[in-house]
Unconditional design. Structure first.
Lengths: 726, 649
């Protein structure tokens, strides 16, 4: 195990070093990409001994230790010899573990003055590949600077300002939408969490619950069935430990203020005694540990008086427990309750909490990276909401703020609709390709090409440059890893166009093969072939050529090599794989723009597109790892292109196959085919398809009628109708 | 040794064991100051012992299937035990079944840990002489009982007696501190104590409002130098203390003395057993009568008499004293008290959890006397001609019966001091036996304990909710049960599992001498507070900014706050001869973060719990630098937590 990881570490650092050596520039060393943070950062009380707090709170000269829950530090300035509170500094990862595009958080140090206005933002560490290569980190710094002077209580969103809705817009970074959406969430969540603690933001007051008391005393199974008791289980692998069947911690919890639940858990006398201890607006929640060896109490409460492993969250409000908010839970009365070896009654002392509304019980854990031993914040929660039958009038209506991805879908609904319509249109057109190819002839392919070229232009202009929806091999790698480790729909849903595009890609690849995406819809592929077609049309045809089949058949394997190399590297280092994925010119072409990048990238794109003048789709044929990854499943497409018996020997269409996908036996390689449909045009062209032409001539000579061409590509045979029986 | 004078007892109920233990038993009795025979009680035939007592205790075998007394780390006890501390003068809290001592609450005597008797607040509770010094520094606590509501403990208070100086202390069970001490007037040897369980008249008062206190020793009334050589004029009083105000409500002048006390669940009756009806001044005189008594008090009638002004007072005491002598209470219909005769120097009177019976243990008689309360009430109503007809059983159970506990299943468990045994006997069967059914097997089981048991109590035994789980017995001698630590031995509190038919001895818990009585109840019944409420202290220094030295002539007040790891102020200056009062508020709010405050050479140390305020007053009579330091470990910088007291010459 250790040997393996050491090997892996050595290998990845070697590759990284090699990669850096080739692209190295002095600025790179200064970036926050995977910057090493002091190990004490997550735990040390004196946060500002380890990070430059003064940089985000100009004017502050001294800082308190971490305080509060979630933690922050107070910043002080000397004024006339007096220490004066000037603001608060918070570390984003103390407050939220919102992941960015990389799946890891952007560790941000945030300064906020006493009025609740942001006064400084500093990225301490990020793992965003797009910011390593492509978009300069300064873009994120510029993005963050938009927060300066803005109030934490404002409604700040990515996109246009909408004053009528009270929304302040921030300019996004093109090509790094996921990153900035995550960053906005981090900024606003962190600011609000501290703002609420220090009194800048008003606490929410929720109407208190009115309980239905049917006088029932419930057993454990009923409590669980009614959702009155809920489970929160964390498995070892979720916190980076060795996978095991034994849970890391297995907790049950429930809300005791409700008379039926309270009585069932504590017994009548116990419940009454507990309620007598609670003041108005106080709430009791019980917790038992029925499995696992991890303690939910920990020992933090001994020194600091605060239980640092459990928390309750309702809406934006987090409720933590002090030692004085803890009472012994001596036993669970409900019949059938599991045995437990740790227990507590925690008291929420705030009327901001209400039993009528949903809330979450949160276990605050740490995920240990087994390679580095580094600990990162990992929260696990289970939602709790009293059932309709427990509440007078049932559950109140709750308007939950939309998740970031929902906001994106709503904000771009029109474009999403158009894009979806486009995808459907492409599929419908292709599904009816037979009608189009029959209308076309070798001389006149416009019935097919009119559609195809239209889609090309749309995909280059609207999809590529407009929506930046250029699918990439990095997504394949990310999914591959997500499948292996942790699948987060939210992350993928944050980019609706890519999300829809991939649904299209996956479906069409298995139905027809990858050619429909690659040949009709891929923005870069379309651009590449359009250049080739335009160049041909404007008189450069004589310079255009295809590689000899011998070489083509060798070189076409290169793209598979590229794909598997990336996949292999990604196992060791996703970051490095993302870097190496620059073999795709997509980022430079669409996401960032050719003139926004360092010259080697621009040159690379220029070469590829320049080559496209002379060779049809050189990148697609030989380099594209995305194409390679889609080519393999294309082997299993449901509907291929049609062939007839003579195709084995005739090979007339192979001559015109721009993709060089028809071999010497006349077979179409669906892994290489771009679905240009040229061969399908020939298939029913009675003048161009040799077997058909031959038959046409024979029938014409014999004075036989030319019947329509059947689905099998032949004239419908003339069968003499047998004479009617006398 | 005077055991040479002992007369062997004939016809013992349990010969085999008796022979074996004879000498030791009497030696023990001799040690207790008794040197004469126990002959009076053995005329009757031996009690039908259900189980031969010499049979070995089935401890190990039966232990399987019983709850362990050994808790895993982090596991909590299921019962609280409140213990008296004997002449250490304190009150103790134990966790059961583990037997771990969790707390000692100082009350009657000074305590160096918390500064009880050092701080002004504790001195005010303990009582001081005109010069400010403590009036008493010794105490002897015997019995503790807690307040009731609806027949169960309500977790408000416990009370404890001081036999030496006749004081009663109240323990607040929320903070586990002593908050009031009352000295009873005109009594000596205050021994038995019991709170009532509800009001005899007002049904709305379903909780404790009175505490009854019995006095053992006969003294002249008032004891101001009169009647010194006229013992026949010595008297004892039975006292009633108000549970809230802790003032003595009334007293009853009685014939004979008071020993232990009991109260009925209906609130109507209180009782005390009497071992010295003779009024003897030496033990021979005290044990001359064959029968002594159990004395019943009709609470409603006594209070009506007080209301009607039918009382007197003694000496400087303003407490009304009603007449409870036999001569004045001959007519049952108006009697304030009734005397039920009980054999020879009884000890212990215990109320059964079903509310029906009081049981007196015979001590010098091997019997237990079961008195039916409804019959006592009938006598007070004039419906029973002879009060002794309320005795529904008087059965032999063994030698030297002292105290009785109950399991809520109809069984009584009585300590046999001389037999070093517990006898489990069935009350209903005993009543049948007494009524003439000689086949009734009332003794269920016997268990050897180690050694010479005094008090006994079972979980929830003194409530209507006796649960029959655990029995604890306070053995007065431990002898060989623990590692030897010199001539003074720990006492043995032995824990017995009584959930089954047979008693199973589960554990020996050593206790520092010398607890007497105790009660055991479910942990759910107590809800102690975690920290103090700063607003409960009028002197509280609520902010470190309020700390400092405040001078008024030579009277100096130093207000100090503590917040780990610092005192505020960190130094303060005094002048020689100043009369100094230090007020310390512990501003830490973290549970368990207690600070101490010691002043070297000034003989001062006390602790301040989170959010608590305490004060001390002393004369700055030594010049120099004195490092006041935190004595109660609090923080990594505990040793650095100091304040410099500078006394300028």
């Amino acid at each position: 195990m250790n040997l393996l990881s050491a090997l892996r570490g050595a290998l990845s650092s070697l590759i990284l070093a090699a990669a850096l050596a080739t692209t190295s520039s002095p600025a790179l060393a200064q970036t926050a990409y995977e910057a090493a943070l002091p190990p004490e950062l997550g735990t040390a009380a004196a946060l500002c001994d380890y990070v430059p707090c003064a940089e985000v709170l100009p004017g502050a000269t001294s800082f308190s230790e971490r305080k509060g829950r979630p933690p922050y530090v107070e910043a002080y300035a000397e004024e006339n010899g007096q220490r004066k509170l000037v603001g608060y500094v918070m570390l984003s990862t103390d407050i939220t573990d919102t992941p960015a595009y990389s799946g890891k958080p952007v560790v941000t140090l945030i300064g906020m003055n006493t009025e609740g206005r942001f006064v400084g933002v500093k990225i301490l560490k990020h793992s965003e590949p797009i910011l390593l290569l492509g978009i300069p980190e300064s873009a994120l710094v510029a993005f963050n600077n938009q927060y300066l002077g803005k109030f934490v209580g404002d409604n700040i969103e990515i996109g246009r300002s909408r004053p009528d809705e009270g929304i302040i817009g921030l300019d996004a970074i093109s090509g790094a939408t996921v990153t900035v959406i995550a960053q906005n969430q981090v900024m606003m969540t962190s600011g609000a969490a501290v703002g609420r603690q220090v009194g800048i933001l008003e606490p929410t007051v929720r109407p208190q619950a009115r309980f239905v008391d049917g006088g029932r005393t419930l057993d454990w199974a009923t409590l669980v069935a009614e959702g009155a008791v809920r489970n929160l289980k964390v498995m070892p692998e979720q916190v980076g430990l060795q996978r095991s069947a034994t849970p890391f911690i297995d907790l049950w919890f429930g809300y005791l203020n409700h008379p039926e639940i309270g009585r069932s858990i504590l017994g009548e006398a116990g419940w009454r005694a507990l309620m007598a201890r609670l003041a108005e607006g106080e709430h009791a929640v019980f917790v038992i540990r029925s499995g696992g060896n991890e303690s939910f109490k920990g020992s933090g409460f001994v020194r600091g008086g605060i239980y640092d492993r459990v928390q309750i969250r309702q809406g934006q409000d987090a409720f933590t427990f002090r030692d004085l908010d803890y009472l012994n839970l001596y036993g669970v009365n409900a019949a059938g309750a599991p045995a437990f070896n740790e227990s507590a009654i925690f008291i929420v002392r705030s009327s901001a909490f209400s039993g009528a509304f949903p809330w979450k019980f949160i276990f605050l854990g740490n995920r240990v990276d087994r390679e580095t031993g580094a600990r990162t914040f990992a929260n696990f929660d289970t939602e709790y909401w009293l059932a309709d039958r427990h509440l007078e009038g049932g559950r109140p209506e709750v308007i939950k703020p939309d998740a970031p991805w929902v906001k994106v879908w709503k904000a771009r609904a029109l474009e999403i609709g158009l894009f979806a319509a486009l995808l459907v249109a492409v599929a419908v057109v292709y599904a009816n390709r037979d009608a189009l190819t029959r209308r076309s002839t070798r001389k006149n392919k416009w019935p097919v090409n009119a559609f195809k070229y239209t889609f090309w232009v749309i995909s280059i202009g609207f999809v590529g440059f407009g929506l930046l929806a250029q699918p990439s091999i990095t997504q394949v790698l990310t999914w591959f890893h997500s499948l292996l480790f942790q699948w987060q729909w939210e992350l993928f849903l944050t980019d609706p166009f890519i999300f829809l595009f991939w649904i299209f890609i996956i479906l069409t690849t298995f139905v027809w093969g990858r050619g429909l995406f690659c040949g009709w819809m891929c923005p870069f592929g379309s651009l590449s072939e359009l250049i080739y077609k335009v160049a041909g049309a404007i008189g450069l045809k004589r310079f255009q050529f295809a590689l000899p089949m011998k070489w083509h058949n060798r070189l076409k394997w290169v793209k598979y090599g590229v794909f598997f190399a990336l996949l292999a590297v990604s196992v060791f280092s996703m970051g490095l794989a993302e870097m190496l994925a620059e073999v795709e010119p997509f980022k430079t072409t669409f996401l960032v723009g050719m003139f926004n990048r360092a010259w080697p990238y621009t040159l690379f794109v220029a070469v590829l597109l320049g080559l496209s003048i002379f060779i049809e789709r050189p990148f697609c044929k030989y380099l594209c790892p995305l194409g390679a990854s889609l080519a393999m499943p294309s082997t299993f497409r449901w509907f291929g292109l049609k062939r007839k018996q003579e195709c084995n020997s005739c090979k007339a269409c192979a001559v015109g196959c721009g993709s060089l996908a028809i071999d010497e036996h006349g077979r179409i390689d669906h892994r290489e085919c771009m679905h240009c449909l040229d061969c399908m045009v020939l298939y029913t062209d009675e003048h161009a398809c040799p077997p058909l032409a031959q038959e046409r001539k024979r029938r014409t000579k014999a004075g036989l009628p030319l019947t329509p061409i059947g689905a099998d590509g032949y004239y419908i045979p003339i069968k003499p109708v047998p004479a009617a029986k006398a | 040794m005077n055991d040479a004078k002992m007369t062997p007892v004939e016809a013992m109920p349990d010969p085999s064991r008796r022979k074996f233990l004879n000498t030791a038993a009497f030696a023990g009795l001799a040690g207790a100051g008794l040197s004469v025979g126990l002959s009076a009680c053995n005329k009757e035939t031996a009690a039908p012992a259900a189980a031969p007592t010499a049979a070995p205790t089935p401890a190990a075998a039966a232990a399987a299937g019983h709850n362990s007394v050994h808790l895993k780390p982090g596991e909590l006890d299921t019962y609280y035990g409140l213990w008296s501390g004997g002449h250490t003068g304190d009150f103790r809290v134990l966790g059961l079944p583990s037997g771990r001592e969790l707390h000692r609450v100082p009350c009657f005597v000074p305590d160096a840990l918390v500064g009880w008797g050092i701080t002004n607040e504790s001195k005010a509770i303990m009582g001081t002489k005109p010069d400010g010094s403590l009036r008493y520094t010794v105490g002897d606590t015997h019995h503790t009982h807690a307040s009731y509501k609806d027949g169960n403990y309500d977790g408000r208070y416990a009370w404890i007696n001081d036999k030496i100086n006749s004081r009663i202390a109240r323990i607040r069970l929320d903070y586990m501190i002593c908050d009031k001490i009352t000295e009873l007037p005109n009594v000596q040897g205050f021994h038995g104590i019991f709170p009532d369980k509800r009001d005899p008249v007002d049904p709305a008062i379903n909780y404790t409002t009175r505490v009854f206190c019995g006095a053992e020793f006969h003294i002249p009334l008032p004891n101001d130098g009169r009647d010194l050589e006229s013992p026949e004029k010595y008297r004892t009083l039975f006292s009633c203390v108000d549970a809230e105000t802790m003032e003595v409500r009334w007293q009853v002048l009685i014939d004979g003395n008071c020993d232990l006390a009991a109260t009925s669940f209906d609130g109507k009756l209180a009782a005390t057993n009497q071992y010295n009806t003779e009024g003897g001044v030496h033990y021979e005189g005290m044990m001359s009568a064959e029968r002594d008594a159990c004395l019943f008090f009709n609470i409603a009638r006594i209070e009506q008499a007080v209301k009607d002004g039918k009382f007197t007072t003694f000496g400087t005491s303003k407490v009304p004293v009603v007449d409870g002598t036999r001569a004045s209470n001959t007519d049952p219909k108006t009697a304030l008290v009734g005397y039920v005769s009980v054999p020879k120097n009884p000890h212990g009177v215990n109320a059964s959890p079903d509310g029906k019976y009081f049981i007196c243990a015979g001590k010098l008689s091997p019997t237990a006397t079961v008195i039916e309360l409804s019959k006592v009430l009938e006598w007070f109503d004039g419906k029973l001609d002879d009060l002794d007809k309320s005795i529904v059983a008087e059965v032999e159970i063994g030698l030297g019966p002292l105290h009785t506990a109950f399991d809520g299943r109809g069984n009584a468990y009585t300590t046999l001091f001389l037999d070093s045994q517990i006898v489990k006997w069935n009350v209903d069967a005993a009543i049948k036996f007494h009524a003439g059914d000689k086949n009734a097997q009332y003794v269920v089981d016997r268990l050897d304990v180690h050694y010479q048991p005094g008090h006994i109590n079972a979980s929830q035994s003194e409530t209507m909710f006796a649960d029959g789980k655990w029995l604890c017995v306070g053995c007065k001698f431990s002898k060989d049960r623990f590692l030897p630590v010199g001539p003074l031995h720990a006492e043995t509190e032995q824990l017995v599992d009584i959930s089954g038919e047979k008693m199973v001895l589960m554990a020996d818990h050593p206790v520092r001498p010398e607890p007497h009585d105790f009660i055991i109840f479910k942990r759910e019944l107590l809800q102690p507070k975690q920290v103090y409420d700063i607003n409960e202290f009028p002197l509280a220094v609520k902010d470190a900014k309020e700390a400092g030295v405040f001078r008024d002539g030579n009277k100096v007040t130093v207000k100090i706050t503590s917040m780990a790891p610092a005192f505020e102020p960190r130094e303060f200056k005094l002048k020689l001869g100043d009369e100094v009062t230090i007020i310390l508020t512990n501003l830490d709010k973290i549970e368990d973060l207690t600070h101490g405050f010691a002043i070297p050479k000034y003989n001062i140390n006390f602790i301040c719990n989170p959010q608590e305020t305490k004060s001390v007053t002393f004369k700055a009579d030594k010049p120099g630098v004195f490092w006041c330091y935190c004595t109660h470990f609090c923080h990594a910088l505990h040793l650095e937590m100091r304040s410099r007291m500078i006394v300028e010459a």
